[in-house]
Design a protein around this ligand. Structure first.
Ligand SMILES: Nc1ncnc2c1ncn2[C@@H]1O[C@H](COP(=O)(O)OP(=O)(O)O)[C@@H](O)[C@H]1O
Ligand SMILES: [Mg+2]
Length: 328
C-alpha cells in the first residue's frame, strides 16, 4: 500500500507520517518510510539522532544506479541516460518489492529501529544551494517517483511517503502514485486552501484523498474543518504531549502515545487498508504512461534527444504477479 502525507508546510506531515509508520511497525507490518520532502525531517521524527539522519544516503545522488537497475534488460530503454523520472516499467524491467533486497535498497535504504521493531527508510536527500538549477532538484524527487512506479506492493506491505504538496508532484503525476493520500490540514484558511488545490487535481485521476485535521484544539476547530471539507475529513488529531516530549529530546516509548491519537492512527490504517479492494493496476499503469507521455513531450524528448514515447510497453501492466520474487 502506497501512502502519501501531503499538506502545507508546518501542518504536521512529518509528524503524522512518523506516527503512522510507528503504528504500522508496532503492528508488525513491513514498512518503507520515504522522506520525499526537500526539507528532510522524517529521520529525526523516527528518532534518528542528527548525525545518523544526516548520514542517510540521498536517493538523488544514486539516480544513475537506480535507473541502471530498474531498466534491467527492458529492450525499450536503451540506456539509463534516456530514462526520466516518469519512464514506466515494461517487460524486462526490474520491479521492487517492499521486502527482499536489491541494489537500490542496498545503496539507498537504511534500517531504523523503533521500539523493538524496525522499518526501512529512504530519503531523496537534502535540497542544497547547488540544486537551485532546477534540473537537479527535479531529478532528486524523481528518484522516489521511479521507485514507486517500479514497486509492487501487497496488502500488508506499506510504503509511506512524507511529501511536499508542490506543483512538481502534479506535473510529474507523482500525486497519482498512491493508494491513499492523507492531506494534513490545520483548521486554518491556508490549510484548507492546500486541500482545495489538491482536490482539484485529484478529481480527474480518481485519487483517494482524506483529510487528517491536525492541531485541532476545540469544537470550533472541528466544526470549521467539517464545514470546509465535509466527508473528506477522516479524523482529527489534537496536540500531542508525546510528540512534544520527543521534540524536547525526551522520547517516550510508542506504547505511551495518547489513546485518542492511537485511535486516530487506527482510523488511518483502516482507511488505507479499505482502498485495497479498489486497487486497479491497469489504471495505475495507464496513469503512469499518461504522465510519461506528457513529460516526454514537454521536456523529456528534448532533454534526452530520444523519442521517449517508444519506452512505453503497450502490453505491460504492473501487478503483483508481474513482480518476480526477490530473495529475502
Ligand atoms: N499533533 C501534534 N502535537 C504536537 N506537536 C505537533 C503536532 N503536529 C505537529 N506538531 C509540531 O509542529 C511542528 C511542525 O510539524 P511537522 O510535522 O514538522 O510539519 P510538516 O512536516 O508538515 O512541515 C513540529 O515541531 C511538530 O513537532
Ligand atoms: Mg516535514
Amino acid at each position: 500500500m502506497k501512502i502519501a502525507f501531503v499538506g502545507k508546510g508546518g501542518s504536521g506531515k512529518t509528524t503524522l507520517s512518523s506516527l503512522f509508520i510507528r503504528h504500522l511497525a508496532a503492528a508488525r507490518v513491513p514498512v518503507i518510510a520515504v522522506d520525499a520532502d526537500i526539507n528532510q525531517h522524517l529521520g529525526a521524527a523516527l528518532g534518528l539522532d542528527d548525525a545518523t539522519a544526516a548520514a542517510l544516503p540521498a536517493m538523488g545522488a544514486h539516480l544513475p544506479l537506480i535507473k541502471e537497475y530498474l531498466r534491467g534488460n527492458n529492450p525499450r530503454i536503451g540506456s539509463a541516460e534516456t530514462m526520466i523520472k516518469t519512464t514506466p516499467p515494461g517487460d524486462g524491467s526490474q520491479l521492487l518489492r517492499v521486502g527482499g533486497d536489491n541494489p537500490v535498497y542496498h545503496a539507498c535504504a537504511r534500517t531504523v529501529r523503533l521500539d523493538g521493531t524496525s522499518v526501512r527508510m529512504m530519503a531523496t536527500g537534502p535540497f542544497t544551494e547547488s540544486d537551485l538549477g532546477v534540473a537537479c532538484y527535479h531529478s532528486k524527487v524523481g528518484a522516489v517517483e521511479l521507485c514507486l512506479n517500479h514497486l509492487v506492493d501487497g496488502r500488508e506491505e506499506y510504503v509511506v511517503v512524507d511529501m511536499t504538496a508542490g506543483s512538481d508532484s502534479f506535473a510529474s503525476g507523482m500525486f497519482t502514485r498512491f493508494d491513499m493520500t492523507f492531506l494534513v490540514a490545520e483548521p486554518t484558511r491556508k490549510g484548507i486552501a492546500v486541500y482545495r488545490q489538491y482536490k482539484e487535481y485529484a478529481r480527474d485521476f480518481d485519487v483517494s484523498l482524506k483529510v487528517v485535521g491536525n492541531k485541532v484544539q476545540s469544537a470550533d476547530d472541528l466544526a470549521f474543518l467539517r464545514a470546509e471539507v465535509g466527508d473528506d475529513l477522516l479524523v482529527t488529531v489534537g496536540h500531542s504531549d508525546w510528540v512534544r516530549a520527543m521534540e524536547k529530546g525526551r522520547p517516550a516509548p510508542f506504547a505511551e502515545l495518547e489513546d485518542a491519537n492511537r485511535r486516530a492512527l487506527e482510523a488511518l490504517y483502516g482507511a488505507a487498508d479499505a482502498t485495497y479492494a479498489q486497487r486497479d493496476w491497469q489504471r495505475y499503469t495507464r496513469q503512469m504512461v499518461h504522465f510519461h507521455l506528457r513529460n516526454a513531450e514537454s521536456w523529456g524528448n528534448a532533454k534526452t534527444g530520444a523519442d521517449l514515447a517508444a519506452q512505453v510497453d503497450p502490453a505491460f501492466i504492473l501487478s503483483e504477479s508481474a513482480a518476480t520474487p526477490q530473495p529475502a
